[in-house]
Design a protein around this ligand. Structure first.
Ligand code: BGC
Length: 707
């Protein structure tokens, strides 16, 4: 087995979405799912293309009220390239032609996708197609296809159609299909002499997206077509049995957000005119990947594991490549690989920084800049809530406002339900941990005195204003922890929980770091903190409240008093109970009543701080803490977590490896399998899970704990 290759044989409609996601090619600026060039979005194939940071906002009617949603936009499809035999139909998978062979192979070392397809048309003519595809890691605005078409047993006129399709909509996630999804307004479409151009604009954000394609077939006659949102060229040649016809399509993509351009349309046109041919583009692209791999590689002795590690590093770097340093883009939880979670940025970067910061600090710097540019919005959010500092949103998109939808859909019950997950204020703590990881990797004290320190300080101010001092300790009320199955107390009208241990302990950790940053850099952030603030931060570092029950840390105040779930019954009845929230809600019940967590919450503390770091913070808070308490706590939550997030397996694998090595293995296997085997049952087709992918890489090459 070659651990650099991922191969799929046969056309399997049920697997196509997953395969497309896992064979996506991208370069941090743009990414295109590994859909067939001949395919259209048809419920089986979904050729999505996404541009980092290119969002658009639309308003839909949901459950009778207007709801605004911002989506990562599905950009015009640059892939379309197909052929027809004399008198035949344009070939598309799933149509008339019989598919004799269908092989797709991702080469992660060189960053290419290869297809070998053999088809027989209605008249019995057999044609073989061999396609190579790249999305240039060398020049982020270029992508290319090279197709060799060989008529095996026929001769005659062969026609090739190469096009750019701007008529696409966001239709990649079935649950969102009733919502507004038409983000592109066609502005211009034009084709002549083998060059096609399409210009569209997003509806609300008014980003212009321009594509230009140059298609060449030696000795071909050209016919150009253009209609609203679509431009293409038909190229006709006399083909002879056994003789290959070579087709080359080079595409340039620019948007009005790019720097150093006059206009997106002109930039795309110029780029495609000047671009080299496929082979030279490929050489330069492969060299760029070689440079990346020299810094990115994580090794395993097992070939199968090695293949997964390569795949996960590959997809991570296709989303967060060095090209993001030129962009204003965060890290979408589901990559640039699909439309799940609308391309929003959550806390998942937390799982990416330990891998990325030591290897590519220029990338983690760019990701932190995305947050820093949104400080004014986060300050405004804090002020509007009557608080200080910066309140980062749980879901972030273009301008950093809260993008968490007000409602979410339970496909099991068919009901739209209030979504309180914006109460996960801990996302700000994740930003702070990331700042610290970046600092640990670079030891750059100027960063702490500059924008990195400013982020730390503003998040610390926020938590300082959120905490209330009562009975000798600081409490934080009305928030959610990472476990999304608990968003409130049964019987309480206001959502939110009190004294979530993860939030409180990480707040104590943050206060320590802010004070340390000020010592290290002379001042934290350009403004620095006041003596009063320093005093408050020091107080919180030693007096945050943590609740306990039965000798273990309580996930939040009152967790120990919740009912025990009959785990055995639910497993027996439902089999897979990862989405316990949906099961319970469909039964008219709620996970809020039970000691049942979606994902690691208390255990996140062990994961981030390490046993020693956690012990230090806990004893610093004046709580008795020893190895026994740590083991009891881990075992307690292990028995009460159903792993409804791919992030959970990462945390459990890592924490258990240290505390209960025997129990770690199944989580490691689950973590490794997460996307490659789509363990969450269909979710990978809608986008990869970047946090889990990067988390797996860190399991194999752990960084220093943040504590
Ligand atoms: C998890 C969150 C995560 C989000 C995006 C959810 O299912 O519970 O922790 O941030 O997915 O990946």
């Amino acid at each position: 087995m070659n651990p650099w290759l991922l191969a799929y044989d046969g056309f399997d409609p049920a697997q196509e979405g997953l395969r497309e996601a896992l064979t996506t090619l991208g370069n941090g600026y743009l990414a295109t799912r590994g859909a067939a060039a001949e395919a259209r979005a048809d419920g089986v194939c979904y050729p999505g293309t996404y541009l980092a940071g290119c969002y658009d906002r639309l308003t839909s009617q949901v459950a009778g009220r207007p709801v605004g949603n911002e989506d990562l936009v599905n950009a015009p499809n640059w892939l379309p390239l197909t052929f027809r035999t004399p008198g035949g139909e344009w070939f598309a998978p799933g149509r008339d032609a019989e598919i004799l062979a269908w092989h797709r192979r991702l080469d992660m070392l060189h960053g290419t996708l290869t297809w070998v397809v053999r088809v027989r048309d209605r008249a019995g003519r057999t044609t073989c197609l061999e396609q190579r595809r790249l999305v240039s890691m060398d020049d982020p605005h270029l992508a290319a296809l090279h197709v060799t078409i060989t008529p095996e047993d026929w001769s005659g006129p062969l026609e090739v159609r190469s096009a750019l399709d701007g008529r696409v909509v966001n239709a990649g996630v079935a649950r969102y299909r009733d919502l507004e999804r038409r983000h592109l307004v066609p502005l211009a479409a034009h084709a002549a002499d083998g060059v096609a151009e399409v210009l569209v604009r997003t509806v609300t954000s008014r980003v212009e997206i321009a594509l230009a394609a140059r298609t060449t077939v030696a000795g071909a006659r050209h016919r150009a077509h253009a209609e609203e949102g679509w431009a293409g060229c038909d190229l006709a040649v006399e083909a002879r049995a056994g003789e290959a016809v070579h087709v080359e399509k080079v595409v340039a993509v620019h948007t009005s957000r790019d720097r150093a351009i006059t206009s997106a349309a002109e930039a795309a046109r110029t780029a495609v005119t000047r671009a080299a041919g496929f082979e030279e583009l490929l050489t330069r692209h492969a060299r760029a990947w070689e440079r990346l791999w020299s810094r990115a590689h994580v090794a395993s002795e097992d070939d199968e594991v090695q293949q997964i590690l390569n795949l996960y590093a590959f997809h991570l770097l296709q989303t967060a490549s060095p090209h993001v340093t030129e962009l204003d883009a965060g890290l979408p939880a589901r990559g640039l690989h699909g439309e799940a979670y609308r391309g929003h940025v959550f806390w998942d970067e937390l799982f990416v920084f330990p891998y990325l910061a030591p290897r590519f600090p220029e990338i983690t710097e760019a990701l932190l800049r995305y947050r820093w540019r949104r400080l004014p919005e986060a300050r405004w959010a804090a002020r509007s809530a009557g608080l200080a500092g910066a309140m980062f949103p749980w879901q972030s998109g273009s301008d950093g406002r809260e993008e968490t939808p007000a409602l979410h859909f339970n496909p099991r019950s068919g009901r739209w339900l209030p979504d309180n997950s914006h109460l996960q204020r801990h996302v700000g703590l994740a930003v702070a941990v990331n700042v610290w990881q970046h600092y640990l990797a670079t030891k750059d004290t100027a960063f702490l005195a500059g924008y990195g320190g400013e982020l730390l300080l503003e998040v610390a101010r926020f938590f300082a204003s959120l905490a209330v001092f009562e009975n000798g300790r600081y409490s934080i009320r009305g928030v959610m922890g990472p476990d999304e199955y608990h968003d409130g107390y049964p019987g309480r009208t206001e959502p939110g929980l009190d004294d979530n241990a993860y939030t409180n302990v990480m707040t104590a950790w943050l206060m320590r770091r802010v004070l340390e940053a000020a010592d290290l850099a002379g001042a934290v952030g350009p403004e620095g903190m006041t003596a009063q603030e320093a005093e408050r931060f020091a107080g919180m570092a030693s007096r945050m409240r943590v609740c306990f029950h039965d000798g273990v840390i309580s996930q939040f105040e009152g967790y120990g008093g919740l009912a025990e779930l009959d785990w055995e019954r639910y497993r027996r009845v439902y089999g897979d109970i990862r989405r316990l929230d949906r099961i319970l809600e469909a039964e008219g019940d709620t996970p809020n009543r039970y000691q049942a967590s979606k994902q690691a919450d208390v255990l996140m503390l062990f994961h981030l701080l390490g046993p020693d770091g956690l012990a230090e913070v806990m004893t610093g808070l004046g709580y008795g803490w020893d190895a026994g308490a740590a083991e009891r706590t881990v075992d307690y939550y292990l028995a009460r977590t159903c792993h409804g997030s791919t992030l959970s397996a990462i945390v459990h694998a890592e924490v258990l490896a240290r505390i209960r090595p025997g129990a770690s293995e199944p989580f490691l296997v689950e973590a490794l399998s997460s996307d490659v085997r789509d363990v969450q049952g269909g979710t990978t087709a809608e986008g990869i899970h970047l946090g889990a992918m990067a988390g797996v890489l860190s399991l194999f090459e752990p960084a220093e704990p943040t504590g």
